[in-house]
Design a protein around this ligand. Structure first.
Ligand code: NAD
Length: 441
Protein backbone atom coordinates (compact mmCIF):
# COMPACT_ATOMS: atom_id res chain seq x y z
CA UNK A 1 0.00 0.00 0.00
CA UNK A 2 1.21 3.53 -0.68
CA UNK A 3 1.07 5.86 2.29
CA UNK A 4 1.66 9.61 2.13
CA UNK A 5 2.49 11.58 5.24
CA UNK A 6 2.06 15.35 4.96
CA UNK A 7 4.45 17.04 7.41
CA UNK A 8 7.83 15.41 8.03
CA UNK A 9 8.07 16.35 11.71
CA UNK A 10 8.04 14.18 14.81
CA UNK A 11 4.63 12.69 14.21
CA UNK A 12 4.90 12.48 10.42
CA UNK A 13 8.26 10.72 10.45
CA UNK A 14 7.33 8.37 13.29
CA UNK A 15 4.13 7.49 11.39
CA UNK A 16 6.06 7.10 8.14
CA UNK A 17 8.70 4.84 9.67
CA UNK A 18 6.04 2.76 11.40
CA UNK A 19 4.15 2.14 8.13
CA UNK A 20 7.45 1.57 6.32
CA UNK A 21 8.37 -1.09 8.86
CA UNK A 22 4.98 -2.71 8.25
CA UNK A 23 5.98 -3.07 4.59
CA UNK A 24 4.21 -0.11 3.01
CA UNK A 25 5.77 2.33 0.58
CA UNK A 26 5.93 5.70 2.30
CA UNK A 27 6.33 9.22 0.92
CA UNK A 28 6.78 12.09 3.38
CA UNK A 29 5.76 15.43 1.88
CA UNK A 30 7.01 18.63 3.44
CA UNK A 31 7.18 22.27 2.38
CA UNK A 32 10.60 22.63 4.02
CA UNK A 33 13.17 21.72 1.33
CA UNK A 34 15.99 21.31 3.84
CA UNK A 35 13.91 18.74 5.77
CA UNK A 36 13.23 16.87 2.55
CA UNK A 37 16.98 16.70 1.87
CA UNK A 38 17.75 15.63 5.44
CA UNK A 39 15.19 12.81 5.36
CA UNK A 40 16.34 11.62 1.93
CA UNK A 41 19.87 11.35 3.29
CA UNK A 42 18.55 8.96 5.94
CA UNK A 43 18.73 11.49 8.77
CA UNK A 44 16.18 13.05 11.07
CA UNK A 45 15.77 16.80 11.51
CA UNK A 46 15.62 16.24 15.31
CA UNK A 47 17.25 14.03 17.95
CA UNK A 48 15.53 10.64 18.20
CA UNK A 49 18.22 7.97 17.67
CA UNK A 50 16.18 4.71 17.38
CA UNK A 51 13.80 6.36 14.91
CA UNK A 52 16.74 7.63 12.87
CA UNK A 53 18.26 4.15 12.63
CA UNK A 54 15.03 2.72 11.23
CA UNK A 55 14.46 5.71 8.94
CA UNK A 56 17.92 5.30 7.50
CA UNK A 57 17.31 1.57 6.77
CA UNK A 58 13.99 2.33 5.04
CA UNK A 59 15.51 5.12 2.92
CA UNK A 60 18.31 2.77 1.84
CA UNK A 61 15.79 0.06 0.91
CA UNK A 62 13.77 2.61 -1.08
CA UNK A 63 10.72 2.09 1.16
CA UNK A 64 10.62 5.69 2.41
CA UNK A 65 11.42 8.98 0.72
CA UNK A 66 10.65 12.63 1.23
CA UNK A 67 9.44 15.11 -1.33
CA UNK A 68 8.31 18.70 -1.64
CA UNK A 69 5.96 17.69 -4.45
CA UNK A 70 2.95 17.14 -2.25
CA UNK A 71 0.48 16.95 -5.11
CA UNK A 72 2.25 14.02 -6.69
CA UNK A 73 2.70 12.29 -3.34
CA UNK A 74 -1.04 12.57 -2.66
CA UNK A 75 -2.03 11.34 -6.10
CA UNK A 76 0.09 8.22 -5.73
CA UNK A 77 -1.09 7.30 -2.22
CA UNK A 78 -4.03 5.32 -0.91
CA UNK A 79 -3.80 6.85 2.57
CA UNK A 80 -2.80 10.47 3.26
CA UNK A 81 -1.98 11.39 6.85
CA UNK A 82 -2.07 15.08 7.82
CA UNK A 83 0.73 15.51 10.37
CA UNK A 84 1.48 19.24 10.19
CA UNK A 85 2.02 21.39 13.26
CA UNK A 86 -0.86 23.06 15.14
CA UNK A 87 0.92 25.57 17.38
CA UNK A 88 -0.65 27.98 19.87
CA UNK A 89 -1.58 31.50 18.84
CA UNK A 90 -1.01 34.17 21.53
CA UNK A 91 -4.69 33.81 22.53
CA UNK A 92 -4.19 30.09 23.25
CA UNK A 93 -6.26 29.10 20.21
CA UNK A 94 -4.50 26.64 17.90
CA UNK A 95 -3.23 27.94 14.60
CA UNK A 96 -4.82 25.70 12.02
CA UNK A 97 -3.26 27.65 9.16
CA UNK A 98 -0.84 24.80 8.28
CA UNK A 99 -3.73 22.28 8.41
CA UNK A 100 -5.77 24.42 6.01
CA UNK A 101 -2.86 24.86 3.59
CA UNK A 102 -2.12 21.12 3.62
CA UNK A 103 -5.83 20.32 3.14
CA UNK A 104 -6.07 22.59 0.10
CA UNK A 105 -3.15 20.86 -1.57
CA UNK A 106 -4.54 17.43 -0.70
CA UNK A 107 -7.89 18.49 -2.20
CA UNK A 108 -6.12 19.28 -5.49
CA UNK A 109 -4.50 15.85 -5.40
CA UNK A 110 -7.93 14.26 -4.80
CA UNK A 111 -9.39 16.19 -7.73
CA UNK A 112 -6.76 14.69 -10.02
CA UNK A 113 -7.20 11.08 -8.82
CA UNK A 114 -9.68 8.39 -9.75
CA UNK A 115 -9.37 6.03 -6.79
CA UNK A 116 -10.96 6.20 -3.31
CA UNK A 117 -8.31 7.60 -0.96
CA UNK A 118 -8.56 7.95 2.79
CA UNK A 119 -7.43 11.28 4.26
CA UNK A 120 -6.46 10.91 7.89
CA UNK A 121 -6.18 13.84 10.28
CA UNK A 122 -3.38 13.02 12.72
CA UNK A 123 -2.47 16.52 13.88
CA UNK A 124 -4.04 17.45 17.20
CA UNK A 125 -7.06 19.64 16.45
CA UNK A 126 -9.91 20.80 18.68
CA UNK A 127 -13.29 19.06 18.38
CA UNK A 128 -15.18 19.90 15.18
CA UNK A 129 -12.08 20.97 13.18
CA UNK A 130 -12.03 17.86 10.96
CA UNK A 131 -15.72 17.90 10.06
CA UNK A 132 -16.34 21.66 9.98
CA UNK A 133 -13.07 22.99 8.52
CA UNK A 134 -11.03 20.22 6.88
CA UNK A 135 -13.94 18.36 5.28
CA UNK A 136 -15.38 21.44 3.48
CA UNK A 137 -11.89 22.36 2.18
CA UNK A 138 -11.38 18.83 0.85
CA UNK A 139 -14.88 18.67 -0.68
CA UNK A 140 -14.69 22.11 -2.29
CA UNK A 141 -11.19 21.63 -3.71
CA UNK A 142 -11.79 18.10 -5.00
CA UNK A 143 -15.41 18.52 -6.02
CA UNK A 144 -16.00 15.14 -4.36
CA UNK A 145 -18.10 14.22 -1.35
CA UNK A 146 -16.52 12.81 1.81
CA UNK A 147 -17.58 9.21 2.29
CA UNK A 148 -18.29 8.83 -1.43
CA UNK A 149 -15.42 10.28 -3.46
CA UNK A 150 -12.85 10.00 -0.66
CA UNK A 151 -12.66 8.83 2.94
CA UNK A 152 -12.02 10.99 5.99
CA UNK A 153 -10.75 9.81 9.38
CA UNK A 154 -9.39 11.36 12.57
CA UNK A 155 -6.61 9.32 14.14
CA UNK A 156 -4.95 11.15 17.05
CA UNK A 157 -1.31 10.49 17.90
CA UNK A 158 -0.19 9.69 21.46
CA UNK A 159 3.58 9.21 21.04
CA UNK A 160 6.06 10.78 23.44
CA UNK A 161 9.23 12.41 22.18
CA UNK A 162 12.21 10.32 23.28
CA UNK A 163 10.32 7.07 22.60
CA UNK A 164 8.63 7.96 19.31
CA UNK A 165 9.40 4.71 17.48
CA UNK A 166 8.42 2.39 20.33
CA UNK A 167 5.23 4.38 20.98
CA UNK A 168 4.28 4.15 17.30
CA UNK A 169 5.00 0.42 16.99
CA UNK A 170 3.48 -0.49 20.37
CA UNK A 171 0.78 2.08 21.10
CA UNK A 172 -1.51 1.71 24.11
CA UNK A 173 -4.50 2.21 21.78
CA UNK A 174 -5.36 3.28 18.27
CA UNK A 175 -8.28 5.68 17.96
CA UNK A 176 -10.05 5.79 14.61
CA UNK A 177 -12.73 8.40 14.16
CA UNK A 178 -14.75 8.38 10.97
CA UNK A 179 -18.09 9.51 9.57
CA UNK A 180 -18.50 6.68 7.11
CA UNK A 181 -17.91 3.03 7.88
CA UNK A 182 -15.82 2.37 4.78
CA UNK A 183 -13.00 4.82 5.65
CA UNK A 184 -12.87 3.63 9.27
CA UNK A 185 -12.70 0.00 8.17
CA UNK A 186 -9.94 0.75 5.66
CA UNK A 187 -7.83 2.56 8.28
CA UNK A 188 -8.42 -0.21 10.82
CA UNK A 189 -7.22 -2.74 8.25
CA UNK A 190 -4.07 -0.68 7.62
CA UNK A 191 -3.32 -0.79 11.35
CA UNK A 192 -4.18 -4.52 11.66
CA UNK A 193 -0.57 -5.74 12.27
CA UNK A 194 -0.21 -3.38 15.24
CA UNK A 195 -1.36 -5.16 18.37
CA UNK A 196 -3.35 -2.58 20.32
CA UNK A 197 -6.99 -1.98 21.18
CA UNK A 198 -8.64 -0.18 18.26
CA UNK A 199 -11.29 2.30 19.31
CA UNK A 200 -13.77 3.29 16.58
CA UNK A 201 -15.58 6.59 17.10
CA UNK A 202 -16.91 9.56 15.20
CA UNK A 203 -14.57 12.38 14.16
CA UNK A 204 -15.26 14.75 17.05
CA UNK A 205 -14.90 12.07 19.74
CA UNK A 206 -11.52 11.08 18.27
CA UNK A 207 -10.41 14.72 18.44
CA UNK A 208 -11.63 15.01 22.04
CA UNK A 209 -9.96 11.76 23.18
CA UNK A 210 -6.55 13.32 22.49
CA UNK A 211 -7.39 16.39 24.58
CA UNK A 212 -8.91 14.33 27.39
CA UNK A 213 -5.71 12.28 27.58
CA UNK A 214 -3.33 15.25 27.52
CA UNK A 215 -5.35 17.32 29.96
CA UNK A 216 -5.35 14.39 32.35
CA UNK A 217 -1.55 14.10 32.09
CA UNK A 218 -1.18 17.84 32.68
CA UNK A 219 -3.51 17.52 35.67
CA UNK A 220 -1.47 14.69 37.16
CA UNK A 221 1.77 16.64 36.83
CA UNK A 222 0.18 19.77 38.27
CA UNK A 223 -1.36 17.79 41.12
CA UNK A 224 2.09 16.37 41.95
CA UNK A 225 3.53 19.89 41.85
CA UNK A 226 0.83 21.28 44.15
CA UNK A 227 1.32 18.46 46.69
CA UNK A 228 5.10 18.90 46.43
CA UNK A 229 4.89 22.67 46.97
CA UNK A 230 2.90 22.08 50.14
CA UNK A 231 5.30 19.34 51.27
CA UNK A 232 8.26 21.76 50.98
CA UNK A 233 6.51 24.22 53.25
CA UNK A 234 5.58 21.48 55.74
CA UNK A 235 9.18 20.17 55.83
CA UNK A 236 8.08 16.88 54.25
CA UNK A 237 9.73 15.13 51.30
CA UNK A 238 7.07 14.81 48.59
CA UNK A 239 8.78 11.79 47.01
CA UNK A 240 7.56 9.05 49.40
CA UNK A 241 4.23 10.86 49.69
CA UNK A 242 3.59 10.77 45.94
CA UNK A 243 5.09 7.30 45.60
CA UNK A 244 2.73 5.87 48.20
CA UNK A 245 -0.24 7.74 46.74
CA UNK A 246 0.63 6.46 43.26
CA UNK A 247 0.62 2.83 44.39
CA UNK A 248 -3.15 3.05 44.54
CA UNK A 249 -4.15 1.61 41.14
CA UNK A 250 -6.86 4.27 40.88
CA UNK A 251 -4.06 6.89 40.93
CA UNK A 252 -0.99 5.26 39.32
CA UNK A 253 2.59 6.39 39.69
CA UNK A 254 3.48 7.60 36.17
CA UNK A 255 3.59 11.38 35.72
CA UNK A 256 3.18 11.78 39.48
CA UNK A 257 6.48 13.53 40.05
CA UNK A 258 7.21 17.14 40.97
CA UNK A 259 9.29 19.33 38.70
CA UNK A 260 9.52 22.80 37.20
CA UNK A 261 6.32 22.28 35.20
CA UNK A 262 5.29 20.65 31.94
CA UNK A 263 6.54 21.84 28.56
CA UNK A 264 6.94 20.35 25.10
CA UNK A 265 4.98 20.59 21.91
CA UNK A 266 1.76 19.14 23.31
CA UNK A 267 0.63 19.58 26.92
CA UNK A 268 0.77 23.40 27.30
CA UNK A 269 -0.70 24.04 23.87
CA UNK A 270 -3.41 21.40 24.22
CA UNK A 271 -4.56 22.73 27.61
CA UNK A 272 -4.75 26.27 26.16
CA UNK A 273 -6.49 25.12 22.97
CA UNK A 274 -9.16 23.15 24.81
CA UNK A 275 -9.81 26.07 27.16
CA UNK A 276 -10.21 28.34 24.15
CA UNK A 277 -12.53 25.87 22.38
CA UNK A 278 -14.67 25.50 25.54
CA UNK A 279 -14.86 29.28 25.90
CA UNK A 280 -16.21 29.52 22.38
CA UNK A 281 -19.13 27.42 23.68
CA UNK A 282 -19.40 29.74 26.70
CA UNK A 283 -17.85 27.22 29.09
CA UNK A 284 -15.07 28.61 31.23
CA UNK A 285 -13.13 25.60 32.53
CA UNK A 286 -11.76 26.31 35.98
CA UNK A 287 -9.58 23.21 35.88
CA UNK A 288 -7.83 24.21 32.67
CA UNK A 289 -7.24 27.75 33.93
CA UNK A 290 -5.75 26.36 37.17
CA UNK A 291 -3.43 23.99 35.31
CA UNK A 292 -1.92 26.89 33.39
CA UNK A 293 -1.52 28.97 36.55
CA UNK A 294 0.16 26.14 38.46
CA UNK A 295 2.47 25.51 35.53
CA UNK A 296 3.42 29.18 35.18
CA UNK A 297 4.30 29.28 38.85
CA UNK A 298 6.41 26.14 38.98
CA UNK A 299 9.79 27.47 37.73
CA UNK A 300 9.58 30.04 40.53
CA UNK A 301 9.61 27.20 43.06
CA UNK A 302 13.10 26.24 41.87
CA UNK A 303 14.29 29.83 42.14
CA UNK A 304 12.74 30.17 45.59
CA UNK A 305 14.72 27.16 46.83
CA UNK A 306 17.95 28.68 45.54
CA UNK A 307 17.19 32.07 47.09
CA UNK A 308 16.44 30.47 50.44
CA UNK A 309 19.96 29.10 50.43
CA UNK A 310 22.06 31.79 48.77
CA UNK A 311 19.91 34.90 49.26
CA UNK A 312 19.48 37.72 46.75
CA UNK A 313 20.42 36.52 43.27
CA UNK A 314 21.53 39.92 41.96
CA UNK A 315 25.06 39.58 40.57
CA UNK A 316 25.19 35.86 41.40
CA UNK A 317 26.24 33.40 38.73
CA UNK A 318 23.57 30.72 38.23
CA UNK A 319 24.11 27.66 36.05
CA UNK A 320 20.98 26.29 34.36
CA UNK A 321 21.53 22.71 33.24
CA UNK A 322 19.11 21.44 30.59
CA UNK A 323 17.37 23.67 28.05
CA UNK A 324 15.21 21.10 26.25
CA UNK A 325 11.71 20.62 27.63
CA UNK A 326 12.92 17.29 28.99
CA UNK A 327 16.08 15.17 28.93
CA UNK A 328 16.85 13.05 25.87
CA UNK A 329 15.40 15.42 23.25
CA UNK A 330 16.48 18.62 21.51
CA UNK A 331 12.94 20.05 21.42
CA UNK A 332 12.65 23.41 23.18
CA UNK A 333 8.98 24.06 22.47
CA UNK A 334 7.39 25.48 25.64
CA UNK A 335 10.47 24.49 27.63
CA UNK A 336 10.37 25.64 31.26
CA UNK A 337 13.98 26.76 30.80
CA UNK A 338 12.68 29.94 29.16
CA UNK A 339 10.52 31.31 32.02
CA UNK A 340 13.14 30.06 34.48
CA UNK A 341 15.94 32.02 32.81
CA UNK A 342 13.74 35.08 32.20
CA UNK A 343 12.94 35.18 35.94
CA UNK A 344 16.59 34.67 36.93
CA UNK A 345 17.58 37.56 34.65
CA UNK A 346 14.79 39.71 36.10
CA UNK A 347 16.41 39.08 39.47
CA UNK A 348 19.67 40.26 37.90
CA UNK A 349 21.40 36.89 38.18
CA UNK A 350 24.20 36.15 35.69
CA UNK A 351 22.98 33.06 33.87
CA UNK A 352 25.18 30.43 32.25
CA UNK A 353 23.53 27.47 30.55
CA UNK A 354 24.28 24.08 29.09
CA UNK A 355 22.30 21.34 27.32
CA UNK A 356 23.78 18.26 25.61
CA UNK A 357 21.54 18.60 22.50
CA UNK A 358 19.24 21.62 22.61
CA UNK A 359 21.69 24.55 22.70
CA UNK A 360 21.55 25.31 18.97
CA UNK A 361 17.77 25.55 19.13
CA UNK A 362 17.77 27.57 22.35
CA UNK A 363 20.36 30.09 21.15
CA UNK A 364 17.88 31.19 18.47
CA UNK A 365 15.32 31.85 21.21
CA UNK A 366 17.69 33.56 23.62
CA UNK A 367 20.97 34.64 22.03
CA UNK A 368 22.12 36.82 24.90
CA UNK A 369 22.77 34.38 27.77
CA UNK A 370 26.07 32.60 28.22
CA UNK A 371 26.37 29.08 26.76
CA UNK A 372 28.97 26.72 28.21
CA UNK A 373 30.80 23.89 26.40
CA UNK A 374 29.86 21.32 29.04
CA UNK A 375 27.93 20.95 32.28
CA UNK A 376 31.25 21.05 34.11
CA UNK A 377 32.18 24.37 32.45
CA UNK A 378 28.77 25.81 33.28
CA UNK A 379 29.35 24.96 36.94
CA UNK A 380 32.76 26.64 37.05
CA UNK A 381 32.57 29.66 39.38
CA UNK A 382 28.78 29.38 39.79
CA UNK A 383 27.04 30.43 43.00
CA UNK A 384 24.17 28.07 42.36
CA UNK A 385 22.85 25.58 39.84
CA UNK A 386 19.34 24.62 38.77
CA UNK A 387 18.82 21.35 36.91
CA UNK A 388 15.94 21.99 34.52
CA UNK A 389 15.90 18.84 32.32
CA UNK A 390 16.45 15.23 33.34
CA UNK A 391 19.37 14.36 31.04
CA UNK A 392 20.98 11.05 32.15
CA UNK A 393 24.46 12.64 31.93
CA UNK A 394 23.59 15.09 34.71
CA UNK A 395 23.23 12.10 37.02
CA UNK A 396 26.91 11.38 36.49
CA UNK A 397 28.00 14.80 37.80
CA UNK A 398 29.99 14.44 41.01
CA UNK A 399 32.76 15.91 43.10
CA UNK A 400 34.97 16.80 40.14
CA UNK A 401 32.27 18.98 38.60
CA UNK A 402 30.45 20.40 41.64
CA UNK A 403 33.72 21.36 43.32
CA UNK A 404 34.27 23.85 40.46
CA UNK A 405 31.38 25.93 41.80
CA UNK A 406 32.12 29.01 43.91
CA UNK A 407 29.21 28.10 46.19
CA UNK A 408 28.13 24.53 45.50
CA UNK A 409 24.35 24.78 45.86
CA UNK A 410 22.34 22.52 43.57
CA UNK A 411 18.58 22.71 42.98
CA UNK A 412 17.38 19.46 41.45
CA UNK A 413 14.40 20.77 39.52
CA UNK A 414 13.50 17.34 38.12
CA UNK A 415 14.48 15.02 40.98
CA UNK A 416 16.86 13.30 38.58
CA UNK A 417 20.19 13.49 40.45
CA UNK A 418 21.46 11.15 43.11
CA UNK A 419 21.22 13.23 46.30
CA UNK A 420 23.87 11.21 48.14
CA UNK A 421 26.34 11.68 45.28
CA UNK A 422 25.73 15.44 45.17
CA UNK A 423 26.11 15.75 48.94
CA UNK A 424 29.22 13.54 48.91
CA UNK A 425 30.77 16.10 46.57
CA UNK A 426 30.36 18.70 49.31
CA UNK A 427 27.46 20.47 47.58
CA UNK A 428 24.20 21.47 49.21
CA UNK A 429 21.40 19.49 47.58
CA UNK A 430 17.97 21.07 47.26
CA UNK A 431 15.24 18.93 45.78
CA UNK A 432 12.11 20.34 44.19
CA UNK A 433 9.29 19.11 46.40
CA UNK A 434 11.53 18.81 49.45
CA UNK A 435 13.80 21.78 49.76
CA UNK A 436 16.92 21.57 51.75
CA UNK A 437 16.62 17.80 52.24
CA UNK A 438 15.88 19.37 55.49
CA UNK A 439 19.13 20.04 57.22
CA UNK A 440 18.49 16.78 59.13
CA UNK A 441 20.00 14.64 56.35
N1 NAD B 1 5.63 16.08 18.84
C1 NAD B 1 4.89 15.28 19.58
O1 NAD B 1 5.37 14.69 20.55
C2 NAD B 1 3.43 15.07 19.26
C3 NAD B 1 2.75 13.99 19.86
C4 NAD B 1 1.40 13.79 19.56
C5 NAD B 1 0.73 14.66 18.73
N2 NAD B 1 1.40 15.73 18.18
C6 NAD B 1 0.66 16.62 17.27
O2 NAD B 1 1.01 16.26 15.93
C7 NAD B 1 1.05 17.42 15.10
C8 NAD B 1 2.43 17.53 14.46
O3 NAD B 1 3.36 17.74 15.50
P1 NAD B 1 4.94 17.61 15.26
O4 NAD B 1 5.58 17.76 16.59
O5 NAD B 1 5.20 16.41 14.44
O6 NAD B 1 5.19 18.94 14.38
P2 NAD B 1 6.57 19.39 13.70
O7 NAD B 1 6.59 20.85 13.84
O8 NAD B 1 7.69 18.56 14.25
O9 NAD B 1 6.37 18.99 12.17
C9 NAD B 1 5.45 19.57 11.33
C10 NAD B 1 5.97 19.48 9.91
O10 NAD B 1 4.95 19.88 9.01
C11 NAD B 1 5.54 20.61 7.95
N3 NAD B 1 4.50 21.39 7.26
C12 NAD B 1 3.87 22.51 7.67
N4 NAD B 1 2.94 22.90 6.77
C13 NAD B 1 2.99 21.99 5.78
C14 NAD B 1 2.28 21.83 4.55
N5 NAD B 1 1.32 22.66 4.20
N6 NAD B 1 2.61 20.79 3.77
C15 NAD B 1 3.58 19.92 4.11
N7 NAD B 1 4.28 20.02 5.24
C16 NAD B 1 3.99 21.03 6.07
C17 NAD B 1 6.60 21.44 8.64
O11 NAD B 1 7.56 21.93 7.73
C18 NAD B 1 7.16 20.41 9.63
O12 NAD B 1 8.22 19.67 9.06
C19 NAD B 1 0.69 18.59 15.99
O13 NAD B 1 -0.71 18.82 15.89
C20 NAD B 1 1.02 18.09 17.40
O14 NAD B 1 0.23 18.70 18.39
C21 NAD B 1 2.74 15.94 18.42
Amino acid sequence: MRVCVVGAGYVGLATGVMFGKLGHEVVCADIDESRVKTVNSGKLPFHEPPLETELSKLVKKGMLRATSDQLDAVREAKFVFICVQTPSLPSGRIDIGPVKVASRTIAKGLARSEDFKVIVMKSTVVPSTTDSIVKPILEKGSRKKAGEGFGLCMNPEFLQEGSALKDSMEPSRIVIGSEDGRSGRMLEALYRPIKAPKIRTDLRSAEMIKYAANVFLATKISFANEIANMCVRFGIDSEPVLKAAGLDPRIGSLFLKPGLGFGGSCLPKDVKALRDRARAEKYDSKLLASLLKINDHQPLEGIRLLEEEIGDLAGKRVAVLGLAFKGGVDDIRETRALPLIVELLAKRARVVTFDPMAMDNFIRLMPSVEYAESASDALKGADGCIVQADWPEFKRLGKKEFSRMRHPVVVDGRRCLEPAKVRASGATYLAIGYGLARKNK
